[in-house]
Ligand binder design. Sequence first.
Ligand SMILES: [Fe+2]
Ligand SMILES: [Fe+2]
Length: 341
Amino acid sequence: MSIKPKYNAKENTKIVLEYLEKFPKAPSKTLARKIYEENKGFFNTLENVYIRVRYYRGQTGKSHRKNLATRDFQQELKTKVMNNFVSMPSSLAEKRGTFTFPTGCRKLGIIGDLHIPYHDEDAIETACDKMEAEEVDSILINGDLLDFYQLSFHEKDPRKVHFKNEIEAGKQFFEYMRSRFPGIPIYFIPGNHENRFERYLRIKASELLDMDEFRLDVILHVAEYKIEYIPFRTKVVFGDFLIEHGDKIPGAGGVVPARTALMRLKTNCIINHFHKSSQSSQRVYGIDKPTTIIGYSIGCLCELAPDYMEINEWNHGFAILTKIDNLVSVNNYKIEGNTII
Ligand SMILES: [Fe+2]
Ligand SMILES: [Fe+2]
C-alpha cells in the first residue's frame, strides 16, 4: 500500500492518515481495529491506534481539535443528540486472544519457569529425555523461559548477567530445543518475567514500544528457530484444558497452587508460575449430572534456592498431556536430582 508523501509524520501516523482518507465513513473503533490488524508491526496496542484515529477526527477534546495538523478528517462528535438518541462512549476494552492447539496435536509436553540463565541443566535434560521417550508431538514453553534479571524493578546486583547475554542464552536454548526436537512444533508464550521487557520499555523508553525491532519475538529471533510465538496473556487451550502461566492468579499460590488455580479459573487447568507440583479436583453439581474439574500446577526447571528466596517449596517438574477426542489426561512429573519421581 503506498503512503502519500503529503503528510510529514512518523510512519505509523502516515498509516493512520492513509486509512482515514480511504475509509472516511468507517466507525472509529472498526477502523482502528482494521489498521491494527493489518499493520501490527507498527502499533503496540489497539488502543494506541484508536486514540490516533479519534485524534485526527477531532474527537479527543477541544484543545486537540484546535491543534490538529490536518482538518481533512475532522468529524462531528459521536455523542451528538439525534432524535433523543445518544450513543454510548466507545469501549477501549481489549479482548484477550485465544490460542487452540491444532487438532493434530495429541501429545503435548509442557515445560516452564526455566528462568534462563538461572536454569537447572540436569532438570531440563531429564524433562527433554522423557518428552523424547514419550514421543510428544508438540512442546509448549509456558512462560518465564527467561529471567530478565536486569530489567526487574526490584533491587538488583549490577554485576549479575547483562540483558544481552540473557537474550543470547535464550536464543541458544531455542537452538538446543530445535536440535533435540527437530521435527515437531515448539510453542512459546511469555510469562511475567518476559513481560518485564515490555514494562521496562513502557517506563523507560515508551517511544520504542511501536517499533518492530523492539518486539520480544523479534529480539529472540523466534522465527529463525521455528518457534511458534504466542503473545503474552493469550488464553491457551488444549482439548478440555485451559493452560495459563498462572501469574494472573493473585497471591503466592498457597499450599496447593493447583487448588488456588482451580478455585479461581473454575475449569480444568494447568499452571506453572508457582514452581511447585500439585493437583486438585472438584466435583461440580451440574445440570444433567455431576462432573469433576481438575487443576494441576507444574514444577519449575530453574535453580531451587535463588538469593532472593532461598527457602521455598519449589520443585523441578514438567508435564505431558495426552488428548483423546477432546479429553485430556495429564502426567504431572516431579524431578528430584535427575530422576523422575
Ligand atoms: Fe517463574
Ligand atoms: Fe512466573
